[in-house]
Write a protein that binds this ligand. Structure first.
Ligand SMILES: [Zn+2]
Length: 620
């Protein structure tokens, strides 16, 4: 349907009042205004206009001269008590009920409106509500539902920044002030063909439908997150056979949203050795550079990565994905671009938000540290004086991330099951035994203390007095006696499998070792702790080489990569090296297995500060 109309031409006809819109304009909705902070109601209850109201206002002759789009734009007008609004104060406008006058979204008024059971929201300043053509729409609604839970923590300035930030992904620069912001979202209309909703049509539909049938608040919050925060997701290859529906499949909220394998199959279905060209049609990104960089890096990955990608339906790389994760409901991996940027320009497009888990464990008396090392130096993560990384660094960083997330994928959907998936089944319908079930029943972890500690560090559980008292050496004692490669393994059987696999594959393919250590916590007076502020209580390099890990590792590899036989390579892994208790985390970068066993070797370059290193990639 062509909607050739410029909204700017219409604006002179619009009054200083609020227009309510869902799919189309909403007539007969009850509209209330409250002060956002106090909840105090301003004025009474107002009703958005109907067709009869507008015909009366303009007169039949003039009304009939209007085109279908303009007619729709004029409906749903609501006169508000503008004289009572203070310019800088924030108000919440709520519209309840009414009928949608263009439910089928064809740009022409429906003969009979479609009743709305739910409420639509919008946040505005007083001065915004005094402007012409301000609208209450799915964008203001979705954005309000997302920020609702944060209101108490944000002052007005912060809140307005947040509104701008959320709006900027969903709308263009309607008001031509040089940027996309919340000011554009409040004048946006679905009827404006020049500024269509940029996100997936599926998210828009589910949001409209959710309001119309009045879904639960928490469901609507998830739907709003899709509508607003995923509006900048796009298929890396817009011409692929999956482009039309792949994004809608990736963030299911309700069971009905799940995509069956018949629609979105795993990459490995009927394809035992996928090539890069088979992967790229499954990639979804927020920025073009992510597509280009990911494709370039895929060519540098070991073939095992391509084999592991058989188990996924899609790969998402998004500017605000943090931490990376595997989603068992869509069988997709979602990657934090922190692990694949190379240039400073690329880095600047990525979220700077901290991982939500970074505040956990603040009451503990030890710090859980890790890093990848090659030749007694950081294996990746260095940034040069111009703020650039390197292709070599990104290759290793992404490889570690992919080995981890793809271990989750192959745990849930192992290669042996990929050719027997029923087309009507979705990823949540599968009932086969997970590979990590086999691992945990054959070789269970046993350090009970560490399960509790992992719950504190990674899930935000409040620590007990005993847990708070553990030193790095205490943790190391429990850890050393067991069979995990990282404390994160104690979070779940899935992480246990993924951590073991990730470390082993990095050793096997890149000759890169992983350090894990439990150190002191830098004093509160140290604002920006560096590696020399962490004193090692216990630490080891190449934990995966320890003999008690080997059976577990070979079982994992046999299940995730059945065509490989890495027994000889694993047997030849370099011996694990113990760190020296009492040395700091910088000093522990240099380890060697010479006659003394544990002496520090000269470092290849200064490592007194790790300020130029990126923070460790989060594990998820
Ligand atoms: Zn994980």
């Amino acid at each position: 349907v062509l909607r050739v109309v410029l909204i700017l031409l219409c604006v002179p006809l619009l009054n200083a009042c609020l227009y309510v819109e869902l799919t189309g304009s909403v007539s007969g909705a009850e509209v209330r205004v409250t002060e956002l902070r106090s909840g105090k109601q301003i004025g009474g209850v107002y009703t958005s206009t109907t067709l009869a109201d507008e015909q009366q206002k303009y007169g039949a002759l003039e009304w009939n001269s209007f085109g279908p789009t303009l007619k729709l734009l004029l409906l749903g007008r609501t006169e508000l008590p503008v004289e009572q609004f203070e310019n800088d104060k924030l108000y919440l406008v709520t519209a309840s009920g009414g009928v949608d006058m263009d439910w089928n979204d064809d740009g022409v008024m429906d003969d009979v409106g479609t009743p709305i059971d739910g409420e639509l929201y919008g946040v505005y300043t007083g001065s915004q509500l005094k402007k012409k053509g301000v609208r209450l729409n799915i964008l203001t609604d979705g954005i309000y539902r997302l920020v609702k839970g944060e209101l108490g923590a944000l002052n007005n300035t912060q809140l307005r920044q947040r509104l701008d930030e959320l709006a900027s992904e969903t709308v263009g620069d309607l008001n031509k002030d040089g940027k996309s912001s919340y000011a554009d979202a409040i004048s946006w209309s679905q009827l404006n063909a020049n500024f269509p909703y940029p996100g997936d049509a599926y998210y828009k539909l589910s949001s409209e439908y959710g309001v119309a049938i009045n879904l639960d608040d928490d469901v609507m919050e998830d739907i709003s997150a899709n509508l607003i925060q995923r509006a900048d997701w796009r298929p890396a290859d817009p011409d692929s056979a999956f482009a039309e529906f792949i994004i809608g499949c990736l963030n299911p909220v309700l069971k009905i949203d799940l995509c069956p394998f018949g629609l979105l199959p795993v990459i490995g279905e009927g394809n035992n050795s996928p090539a890069v060209a088979d992967i790229m049609p499954r990639v979804v990104v927020t920025h073009d550079w992510m597509r280009d960089r990911f494709e370039q890096l895929l060519y540098r990955m070991p073939d095992d990565i391509l084999l592991l990608l058989r188990s996924v339906t899609a790969i998402v790389i998004g500017d605000d994905i943090r931490p990376s994760y595997y989603d068992p409901s869509s069988a997709a991996i979602n990657l934090d671009p922190q692990s694949l940027w190379v240039t400073k320009e690329e880095f600047e497009t990525i979220s700077k938000e901290a991982d939500y888990r970074s505040d956990f464990g603040g009451d503990m008396n030890f710090s859980d540290r890790w890093r990848y090392v090659k030749d007694n130096d950081y294996a990746f993560g260095q940034v040069d004086g111009n703020g650039n990384s390197s292709l070599e660094s990104a290759t290793l960083d992404l490889a570690a991330l992919l080995f981890h997330e793809l271990a989750h994928a192959a745990d849930f959907l192992p290669p042996s099951k990929l050719n027997s998936l029923a087309p009507d089944d979705t990823p949540v319908d599968l009932t086969h035994q997970l590979r990590s079930d086999i691992l945990s029943s054959n070789h269970p972890l046993e350090a009970v203390e560490l399960f509790g500690v992992a719950a504190v560090l990674f899930d935000g559980v409040q620590p007990s007095a005993q847990q708070k008292a553990y030193t790095g050496a205490d943790i190391g004692q429990h850890f050393a006696a067991d069979k995990a490669v990282d404390l994160y393994a104690y979070r779940s059987q899935y992480e246990d499998l993924a951590m073991t696999f990730e470390e082993a594959m990095m050793q096997l393919h890149f000759d890169v070792q992983r350090d894990v250590g439990f150190t002191s916590v830098p004093g509160a007076a140290i604002a920006d702790p560096q590696c020399d502020d962490y004193i090692v209580g216990w630490g080891v390099r190449s934990r995966v080489s320890e003999p008690q890990i080997e059976d577990r590792l070979l079982l994992i590899v046999a299940n995730l990569l059945p065509e490989r036989n890495y027994g000889a390579k694993v047997a030849a892994f370099p011996a694990a090296l113990q760190m020296v208790s009492g040395k700091d985390w910088c000093e522990s970068l240099g380890l060697s297995a010479d006659a003394e066993g544990l002496q520090r070797v000269p470092l290849s370059r200064g490592t007194g500060s790790n300020a130029n290193l990126r923070p460790p990639r989060v594990l998820h």
